[in-house]
Design a protein around this ligand. Structure first.
Ligand SMILES: NC(=O)c1ccc[n+]([C@@H]2O[C@H](COP(=O)([O-])OP(=O)(O)OC[C@H]3O[C@@H](n4cnc5c(N)ncnc54)[C@H](O)[C@@H]3O)[C@@H](O)[C@H]2O)c1
Length: 333
């Protein structure tokens, strides 16, 4: 398969699929031969732009497209299990957008399906693949990490340009399950498993309404299995953009500004490094490159977010929402 042009399918042809299409084009060596969506407009656009066969049912697509090498699952998180189960049945590697599912129960069922099939299912936690993440891990290797601070502030609740389902907590999980999940996953990747969360949410800027059932912002305290502690603040109601993680130990304080900047100090050294930008201008390029290489070689060892691990990140963010609802800390099993 080393030189073969990979034949790909996409299920869900909305906003994120368009982004992946650009990265796939920049990567080369692949062709999207089939697309599936239940939205007529998105399906028509993707099929026409790509010259791909259009389907409204993924089972029919998997049955008819016998030459597929992999599938990209880019639907809202309520559409996961049936597609992944059908792909596993066909031994078709899956790139699954985050969140890996909407509920922990569904994620557990999918984990079981994936593990029993031995199929490759890589979840799109893109920050794990960013060179700046490698760099900061390299800098603190062997050092004790005792404090972690994540911050992600942006404007979707003010701009209201993304599809309405994102603002419905029951569908998307709100800003925590949809987006804080990226930061919690990155924090887990660097600092290890989280054992307790205490989250306070608020709607000071955007009050809850029928079409807006998520908190617009939250602040979370984190406890790690290592004994370290930390926090994460997240907002969808901030007019500018901040996305960073600060790591502190006795002999260092380093900031990872996502996606390409590391600065601070460690021991007697000042650090001020700008890492190379992704070739196609989008940081999801790297996760897709690793996924395609794994499909080509059959070697999944470079996949940094296998399904079972992604399910742990999901459990952590679902616990954050539960903590808001219960008004108290939640321990993770
Ligand atoms: N990694 C990132 O940075 C990032 C960014 C944006 C979105 N996402 C994730 O990607 C996923 C999709 O988000 P989006 O912004 O593309 O949403 P979107 O609403 O723009 O697109 C989703 C598409 O899936 C289609 N769909 C729904 N049910 C379907 C089904 N049963 N079969 C086939 N198609 C179906 C919809 O019709 C729609 O066209 C979400 O899980 C989201 O969290 C990730």
């Amino acid at each position: 398969m080393a030189d073969k042009e990979l034949a790909l399918a996409i299920v869900g042809t909305g906003g994120i699929a368009k982004q992946h299409r650009k990265n796939l084009e920049a990567l080369g060596g692949n062709k999207i031969v089939a697309v599936c969506d239940v939205d007529e407009e998105n399906l028509k656009e993707a099929s026409a732009a790509l010259g791909a066969t259009a389907y409204t049912n993924f089972n029919e697509m998997f049955d008819k497209e016998s030459g597929l090498d992999a599938v990209l699952l880019c639907t809202p998180p309520t559409v996961r299990k049936d597609v992944i189960a059908a792909a596993c049945d066909k031994k078709l590697p899956v790139f699954c957008e985050k969140p890996p599912a909407r509920t922990n129960e569904e994620a557990a069922e999918i984990t079981d399906i994936v593990e029993r099939s031995g199929n490759l299912v890589s979840v799109g936690f893109m920050y794990r693949y960013v060179p700046a993440t490698d760099r900061i891990k390299e800098l603190i290797a062997g050092e004790k990490l005792n404090l972690v601070q994540g911050t992600f502030l942006c404007n979707p609740a003010l701009a209201r340009k993304i599809p309405g389902w994102f603002f419905l907590r029951e569908k998307s999980g709100g800003h925590i399950v949809d987006q804080a999940i990226h930061m919690i996953d990155l924090i887990r990747f660097i600092a290890g498993d989280i054992t307790e969360v205490h989250t306070l949410g608020n709607n000071v800027i955007c009050p809850k309404a029928e079409d807006f059932t998520t908190e617009d912002s939250s602040s979370t305290n984190l406890r790690f299995a290592s004994g370290a502690s930390g926090s994460h603040v997240h907002s969808w109601a901030y007019s500018k953009f901040v996305c960073e993680v600060v790591l502190t130990g006795a002999e260092y304080r380093l900031t990872l500004k996502l996606n390409d900047f590391v600065n601070g100090w460690i021991k007697d050294k000042q650090i001020d490094e700008k890492l190379a930008p992704p070739p196609a201008g989008d940081l999801r390029y790297w996760e897709m490159q690793v996924f395609l290489n794994a499909v080509r070689t059959g070697d999944a060892s470079n996949i940094r977010s296998p399904y079972a691990d992604a399910a742990k990140t999901l459990a952590t963010v679902n616990a954050m929402n539960q903590s808001i609802d219960d008004g108290k800390p939640v321990e993770l099993g």
